[in-house]
Design a protein around this ligand. Structure first.
Ligand SMILES: [Zn+2]
Length: 266
């Protein structure tokens, strides 16, 4: 399942009661999105906690239109959450404590956040009251920060090749290896074995198919490790992943005792 999109995350962060079971399931299962969600929640709390709204100016409708266009938001969010509603400004029918006119979709939720006591209708536009304005500002800030976050989040590691590692003579350790690329294009070899059978220490190698040429990637002190692949090394020339048992003899060459080995395929 893909990660939550910024709009969905923002709405979940802003409206605690929002009905989005799929989104909440994903949050429960995905630490990455849960982290982003927690950060957005802190933004909401920070904005809601600020009581001084006296100096906030209400932006014209072109501001929201611009945000909406730039972020490519969905049609359901097209309406300016700060727009003055004629229905909310109309004369009050005498003696009728009418409930407030319902406001449009997500913006309406924003408006209700501010709460309006039944019958306590005032002449002030709804956005003159602090709650809704803050909530709306929070919503706009969240949508914007969510979009920025989405643009900045680095792509996940890409798997280039993988190998199953099988035990060699006298050994029984097995496991797997894979080569992944990071956002900067560098390659890493990730290795995992089910046990450490070295009498000395484990060393990780990339070896040519005929076993005549080899490159040491480093020492692996536990049953797993991540190793930088030298920039420019042609993996098709060195496709064999090998974990050797090296004695503490100060000799940098391969001991010729291999614990597990496998060939990378992409
Ligand atoms: Zn996720």
């Amino acid at each position: 399942m893909p990660h939550l999109d910024p709009e969905q995350l923002s709405l979940l962060a802003l409206y605690e009661g929002r009905e989005d079971p799929d989104g909440r399931d994903h949050l429960a299962a995905c630490p990455e999105c849960a982290n982003d969600f927690a950060a957005l929640r802190r933004t909401v709390d920070a904005v809601k906690a600020s009581p001084d709204v006296g100096r906030l100016a209400v932006p014209g409708p072109q501001v929201w239109a611009g945000i909406h266009r730039e972020l490519g938001l969905s049609e359901s969010l097209r309406e300016d959450p700060l727009a003055v509603k004629e229905s909310a400004e109309g004369p009050v029918a005498s003696g009728v404590a009418a409930p407030p006119a319902p406001a449009p979709a997500p913006p309406s939720n924003v408006i209700r956040l501010g709460g309006r006591a039944g019958g306590g209708r005032t002449k002030a536009a709804w956005w003159h009251r602090p709650g809704p304005l803050l909530a709306t500002a929070a919503a706009a800030a969240l949508v914007v920060s969510g979009a920025i976050w989405a643009l900045n989040r680095p792509p996940g590691p890409q798997e280039l090749a993988a190998a199953r590692l099988a035990p060699l003579a006298q050994h029984s350790a097995s496991g797997s290896a894979k080569v992944v690329t990071g956002p900067d294009g560098s390659r890493k070899l990730e290795i995992s074995l089910d046990k450490d059978e070295a009498k000395g220490y484990q060393e990780v190698w990339l070896i040519a198919p005929d076993l005549t040429r080899l490159v040491s990637l480093g020492v692996m002190n536990s049953t797993s490790g991540t190793f930088q692949v030298p920039t420019g090394l042609d993996l098709s020339q060195y496709p064999v992943v090998d974990v050797s048992d090296e004695p503490m003899d100060g000799n940098p060459a391969h001991s010729s005792v291999s614990i597990a080995r496998g060939t990378l395929t992409s």
